[in-house]
Write a protein that binds this ligand. Structure first.
Ligand code: HEM
Length: 398
């Protein structure tokens, strides 16, 4: 799963899995490496799995007796890889800036960033096509999370280059990928070191202060947290915005509803959630490890095996969603799993929803004639497992 054939039509594969192999064994093809997992594709099973105490995140990636190199250990020490008390403690240390109250006042900042970005792109619509993903969605979302976490101007370009290289490592060699990981860890370490001497009004400074106040947050945890928040904060969100624009341009009737009621906040909110259901940027969570043999659908998942809930397949389960293949921005209720479920439910969901809503409002408000610059059949997804990402989204601002 993850190759070109899969990327050509993911929903068809999701349907097949749900119907014929609700607990199926697949190979995830990450390019530089591959991984065998048991994949769960029905909604009820995914939800059950995400709260099943027999499945843990932390043992993943560490086969008994195998020494994991420091840089790999670090990028695998993110919040979504922790369990139990350790997970609760770390999550509570970083949760404060992500509460709905703290987020709403960032809306104005997102609006200004989006407007400035469009100004810089030649917002009068006379220019040629732009790549909405790279030229608009990425810079806006990266600036928001970098400001919040505390990535200073001097580290911003290096950090982003590291993440981009890490992601593009999916199609490269294992050696290249490892080199990118090492580089990214070095950049993050520099950033944390800088904050120790130059504190600011940001999340990293807050974490350093918590560490100094005696909360057990060791250096590895601190670096892993910074790396994961910045990465999780924009890699996902800029794809959410891009996927939303693609889905809306592909469904003029739905875009028409928003154009007819541009100030209807509730409709915009519901539209963003429908995108998270229909084209979720993250299509599966991190695989969890079975800590004992688990009987499921007449099969035994052996202790030690990796199990993956396929959120994108659950999101189109006809047992839960009426006409699941239909993109419907008024869908209600919409209990999708695009932001996960259970204790690992996305920490940044409220921030991401707000960013997407405001950025899209600004985009469609400023450019009523926005249109695709290529035929819709030419829009291609990247052949990556566990992501719904367009290679690019060429549009004419109009
Ligand atoms: C989980 C941060 C945007 C989907 C998480 C976690 C963090 C995080 C820290 C791990 C939580 C835990 O394990 O306790 C953020 C931030 C975002 C953001 C800061 C933006 C500001 C998004 C977006 C999506 C998304 C746009 C997709 C629509 C998910 C999913 C999980 C998750 C599916 C669960 C992963 C799992 O169970 O392994 N997010 N996220 N996130 N996030 Fe986000």
């Amino acid at each position: 799963m993850g190759g070109a054939e899969f990327a050509a039509d993911p929903p068809a594969h999701y349907t097949w899995l749900r119907e014929h192999a609700p607990l199926g064994q697949v190979r995830l093809d990450f390019g530089a490496f591959a991984q065998d997992v048991w994949v769960v594709s029905r909604y009820a099973d995914c939800k059950a799995l995400l709260t099943d105490p027999r499945l843990l995140r932390s043992p993943y990636g560490a086969p008994p007796g195998v020494e994991i190199p420091e840089h790999i250990r670090l990028v695998s020490s993110t919040l979504d890889m922790k369990d139990g008390d350790e997970h609760r403690r770390l999550r509570s240390l970083v949760a404060a800036p992500f509460t709905p109250k703290r987020i709403e006042h960032l809306g104005e900042q997102v609006r200004v960033l989006a407007e400035r970005r469009l100004d810089a792109l030649g917002g009068d619509g006379d220019g040629g096509p732009i790549d909405l993903r790279q030229d608009f969605a990425l810079p806006v979302t990266y600036t928001v999370i970098a400001d919040l976490v505390g990535v200073g101007e001097q580290d911003r370009v290096r950090f982003q280059q590291g993440v981009t290289a890490l992601m593009s490592g999916f199609s490269g060699s294992r050696e290249d990928w490892e080199a990118h990981v090492r580089d990214l860890v070095a950049v993050t370490r520099d950033l944390v070191a800088r904050k120790r001497t130059e504190p600011g009004d940001d999340l990293v400074t807050g974490l350093i202060e918590a560490e100094e106040a005696g909360d057990r947050l060791d250096d590895t945890e601190l670096v892993a947290m910074v790396f994961s928040l910045v990465t999780a904060g924009y890699e996902t969100t800029y794809n959410l915005i891009t996927n939303a624009a693609a889905a809306l341009l592909d469904h003029p009737d739905q875009l028409g509803l928003l154009r007819a009621a541009p100030d209807d906040e509730a409709l915009w909110r519901s539209a963003v959630d429908e995108v998270a259901r229909y084209l979720p940027p993250i299509t599966g969570t991190r695989p969890a490890t079975a800590v004992e043999d688990i009987e499921w659908h007449g099969q035994t998942v052996p202790a030690g095996a990796s199990v993956l809930p396929l959120l994108a397949a659950a999101n189109r389960d006809p047992d839960v969603f009426e006409e699941p293949e239909r993109f419907d921005i008024t869908r209600s209720p919409n209990p999708h799993l695009g932001f996960g479920h259970g204790v690992h439910f996305c920490l940044g969901a409220n921030l991401a929803r707000m960013e997407a809503r405001v950025a899209l409002q600004v985009l469609f408000e400023r450019h009523p004639g926005l249109s695709l610059a290529v035929d819709r059949t030419e829009l291609a997804l990247e052949p990556m497992p566990l992501w719904t990402r367009f290679r690019e989204l060429p549009v004419v601002l109009g």
